[in-house]
Design a protein around this ligand. Structure first.
Ligand code: HEM
Length: 347
């Protein structure tokens, strides 16, 4: 396990062995074989060529991949995204929660804050879907949804729920409710999980922040060093071999922003946390920078992620919080969401 230094502070980030190996062996490489039928790619140009060669298939979509074997249609995904977008806009208009205490273990504390900010009016059976423990197993999630869909006592249509909650309660009958609850989970969970992870990473890497440093620059820089979404998967496809003859017809492709974000050919001082670099860079058009995916399939949620993360960073900066000085190390496990765990914030 390698210990890597972070920024100008005395903290170190400890990567899981597999991540550490990827960084050590393949940073600056273009294409490499990860196993007999998976090829890894770190080269920004090749990543771009792969991403534009064909649209993502249903199974490759992180948020709206099929729900228990059933495709999620475009109207369904658009409807839930619109609803959650409205909920985030409403939440952002709420007065700053001066009374909220952000101290404790992150990203958990950030997750709970966002859940309560955005979805507090929803019934318990929906809010339970945002419980971090459901990450452990999809079987548990399914059990919660099965029980929630079957139980009587859903709120009436006029109840003051979130837009997403309303959409879910409007579904009629067990099967429709079951699906609607699955979609509620798919759409609400990323808001709390990804944003709290992103903010935890930013604080770990950079706090205390210089007064003049913009939150946006802090966010872009932390997404560069600790990209919450650290890999992009595309299943084997005939288009890929045409782009590079080292890619066989059965090879799946794992594109690695984790590596392209630290490529020394692209970035000056690639391991340094330097938010000021973004003063002269455009995050939407920066070669090799894909925290929200490639321009051809960019994340639908990024417009809500950024203001929510900025709000949390404002609260952290204005509330006099700091990383517990006794904590000098944080672990980054090999997980779907990339970032530090068990970071302690104090005042
Ligand atoms: C820090 C926060 C987030 C990051 C870093 C992130 C990253 C990404 C990335 C890298 C992709 C492209 C995936 C690919 O091409 O394979 C993507 C797509 C997408 N993201 Fe996000 N995302 C975040 C938050 C969210 C949130 C909060 C939502 C929804 C509420 C969301 C919804 C989507 C959707 C709908 C897509 C299109 C593909 C699909 O249907 O799944 N994202 N995101």
């Amino acid at each position: 396990m390698r210990v890597s230094t972070t920024g100008g502070n005395a903290r170190t980030t400890v990567f899981a062995p597999r991540i550490d190996e990827l960084l050590r062996k393949y940073r600056g490489a273009d294409l490499f074989r990860l196993d007999k039928d998976t090829v890894g790619i770190a080269d920004p140009h090749l990543i771009s060529a792969i991403m534009t060669s064909r649209p993502a298939s249903d199974a490759e979509r992180p948020t709206f991949k099929p729900l228990w074997g059933q495709t999620i249609s475009r109207p369904e995904s658009t409807a839930v995204m619109r609803a959650v977008g409205q909920d985030v806009r409403v939440a952002l208009k709420k007065p700053d929660a001066g009374r909220v205490d952000l101290s404790g273990e992150w990203p958990h504390v950030g997750h709970v804050y966002l859940r309560d900010l955005i979805f507090s009016q929803d019934p318990l059976r929906l809010r339970t879907l945002l419980d971090r423990r459901l990450e452990w197993t999809t079987l548990l999630t399914r059990a919660v949804i099965t029980a929630g869909s079957a139980l009587p006592g859903w709120p009436p249509p006029e109840a003051p729920l979130s837009h997403l909650g309303k959409l879910t309660t409007e579904a009629k009958g067990y099967h429709a409710k079951f699906r609607a609850m699955g979609l509620y989970r798919r759409t609400s969970a990323p808001v709390c999980f990804t944003v709290s992870q992103l903010v935890a990473n930013a604080i770990w890497l950079g706090a205390p922040f210089d007064e003049g440093t913009a939150n946006r620059d802090i966010i872009h820089e932390s997404l560069r060093l600790l990209p919450v979404s650290w890999n992009l998967l595309r299943f084997a496809s005939p288009e890929f071999g045409v782009l590079d003859d080292r890619i066989g017809p059965d090879d799946d492709i794992l594109m690695l922003p984790l590596l392209s974000h630290r490529d020394p050919a692209v970035w000056e001082d690639p391991d340094e946390f330097r938010p000021e670099r973004w003063a002269s860079l455009d995050p939407d058009h920066q070669l090799g920078y894909l925290p929200f995916g490639h321009i051809s399939e960019r994340c639908w949620g990024r417009h809500m992620v950024l203001p929510l993360a900025e709000r949390l960073l404002d609260m952290f900066r204005e509330g006099g919080y700091r990383v517990d000085p006794a904590q000098t190390e944080a672990k980054v496990p090999l997980a779907g969401l990339f970032g530090v765990t068990k970071m302690k914030i104090t005042r």
